[in-house]
Each structure stands twice: as C-alpha cells, then as structure tokens.
Write a protein that binds this ligand. Structure first.
Ligand code: ADP
Ligand code: MG
Length: 280
C-alpha cells in the first residue's frame, strides 16, 4: 500500500546557543500516493531534518505532516527509512538485520525469516543471509538497508542520501534497482540527495531547497519516460533547469558569506549583485 504525504507550512526551529536556528521555514509540499519525489539542496538546508520530521522522529515547531489521512505525531511504523551510513547492526547477520523490525513487532521467527529471505531476493542478495554486514561491500550493505526498510511493509519509504558514499557505477546500479523495487511495490518514495543527476534520474518530481532558512526554492514535475536516458536531450534539459536553480541558490549563499566575512556591512539584497561575469 502507498500513502500520499502533505507538508503544510512545515517549520522547524532548533533552540539553543548562541541563537535559535530556523532549519525549515514554511515548507508546503504534496506528494501523491506511489509518487517518487526527490529533494535536492545544499548541505545544511534542512533535508535530513525534513525527513526526520516526516518519519515522526522530530516534532516540528510549526505546521504539520499528513501521511495518508492522519497527522504524523510520533514515530511511524508505516514509514521505512534508509540512511546514508549503512547503519546495520554489526553483530547480526544479514537476514536478522532485515528481520529486525519484524522482531520488534513480535512476528514469529519462522515467519520473519521467510519474509526477510523474500526481501533479500528482491534486492538481489539471496544467498547472503548468513553473512555479517562487514563481509559485504558498501553497495550490498545499502541494499540490505533497503530490504530492512521494506520489511515492515511501509506506506512510505524515506531515503537520506542513501547512495552518497558509493562510487558512481555502484550508485547507478543501485538507482536502477531502487526504481525496479519502486515499480514492483508501488511505494511512495521521498528521496533526499545533493546529487542533481540522481534526482533527475529518479524523480517524478524534484524539489529544490534553499537554505538559511530551509525552504522550497523550486519544484519540477518530470514527465520523462522511464527508463531514463542520461544522454537524452530532455534529460539534459531537465538537469540544466534544476542545476540553474541550485546554482542561483548557492551563489546567493556565497554572496552572503562573503559580505558577512567582511564585517561592518552586508549586502541588503545579495541577489542584486547580478551574474558574476558582469563584475558589477
Ligand atoms: N539537533 C540539532 N540541533 C541544532 N541544530 C541542528 C540539529 N540538527 C540539524 N541542525 C542544523 O539544522 C540545519 C539543517 O541541518 P540538516 O537537516 O542536517 O541539513 P542537510 O541534511 O540538508 O544537510 C543545519 O544548519 C544544522 O546544523
Ligand atoms: Mg543531511
């Protein structure tokens, strides 16, 4: 089953020294059931915070997340999460890592092993159930993490830069595997990355975030046919459009840092500086 999600005026302020930090400011977003949505944005723009709020691990200071028809108010059993770090339990073998969530739910040993074995097959790792995580490559460990996230049959799959630590070839292979799993299971997916190519390759929708405070700078709906071809003109066009927004967002950031570093004065409207090539 898949559930849509709606973020309504989502705001989050971290309290603390030296001053409170507004990590997210008024994020509005709607992702349909079964949709594959990607979020790209510079480091520190609040992507992880956003995912943790959607997962119910962090309570937002303002606004709401609606999953299906219910407001998220605590950790969700209907949500599966995959992190950048492989985060497998090193003392458990692969099968028991995948079965961990089922164990917490009191599913019997035989049943949870049966389901875990099915999921290992889904991610192309049948035969590796008895291995320990350290015996697997990074790409294989991340496939185990995906299988584990799917084990409790979540309505929504959240992935936080899951392929960020992998080399390009492995990353491309896992992207295709994730798409195949998505197509087979029909899950709603919210996928965070700072890699534009990855977002455009995977997403039905690409949301570009800006930082300070974290907010939505632009949203792209991608109707490119699948499987996507990175050499296709439309793919390249979409890539350049997303990159354009992201570069604008990041250059605003640079200008702000530059002016802040000088001390004594700062630009009122950093964007007014114009393109760097004009040397105003
Ligand atoms: N627990 C926390 N307490 C205080 N500040 C935090 C905490 N977690 C994240 N932040 C800050 O919130 C901002 C957004 O962080 P994060 O969501 O991790 O961004 P991203 O995942 O896009 O890199 C950053 O400035 C970060 O330093
Ligand atoms: Mg992050």
């Amino acid at each position: 089953m898949a559930a849509g999600i709606r973020l309504q005026g989502l705001t989050h302020v971290f309290g603390g020294a030296p001053e409170p930090l507004t990590a997210l400011a008024g994020i509005d977003l709607a992702i349909g059931p079964g949709e594959f949505a990607c979020v790209v944005g510079p480091t520190g723009c609040g992507k992880t915070t956003l995912l943790r709020i959607v997962a119910g691990l962090v309570r937002p200071t303002g606004g709401a997340v609606v999953l299906g028809s219910a407001v998220v108010s605590g950790p969700q059993t209907t949500t599966g999460m995959v992190f950048q770090q492989y985060s497998l339990l090193p003392w458990r073998n692969v099968l028991d890592n995948v079965a961990f969530g089922l164990e917490l739910r009191g599913v019997g040993r035989a049943e949870r092993r049966r389901r875990a074995a099915g999921l290992l097959e889904l991610v192309g790792l049948s035969g590796f159930g008895r291995r320990r995580p350290y015996e697997l490559s990074g790409g294989m460990q991340q496939r185990v993490a995906i299988a584990r996230a799917l084990a409790t049959e979540p309505d929504l799959l959240l992935l936080d830069e899951p392929f960020g630590a992998l080399d390009e070839r492995t990353r491309h292979r896992l992207q295709d595997e994730l798409l195949a799993i998505w197509q087979r299971t029909g899950k709603t997916v919210l996928f965070v990355t700072h890699n534009i190519d990855e977002a455009v390759y995977l997403g039905d929708r690409v949301v570009v975030m800006a930082d300070r405070p974290g907010r939505v700078a632009a949203e792209f709906r991608l109707d490119l046919p699948r499987p996507r071809d990175r050499m296709d003109g439309r793919f390249v066009g979409a890539l350049l459009a997303v990159r354009g927004v992201l570069e604008r967002v990041m250059s605003e950031e640079e200008v702000r840092e530059e002016t802040q570093n000088r001390g004594g004065y700062r630009a009122e409207k950093p964007a007014d500086r114009g393109p760097a090539c004009c040397g105003r």
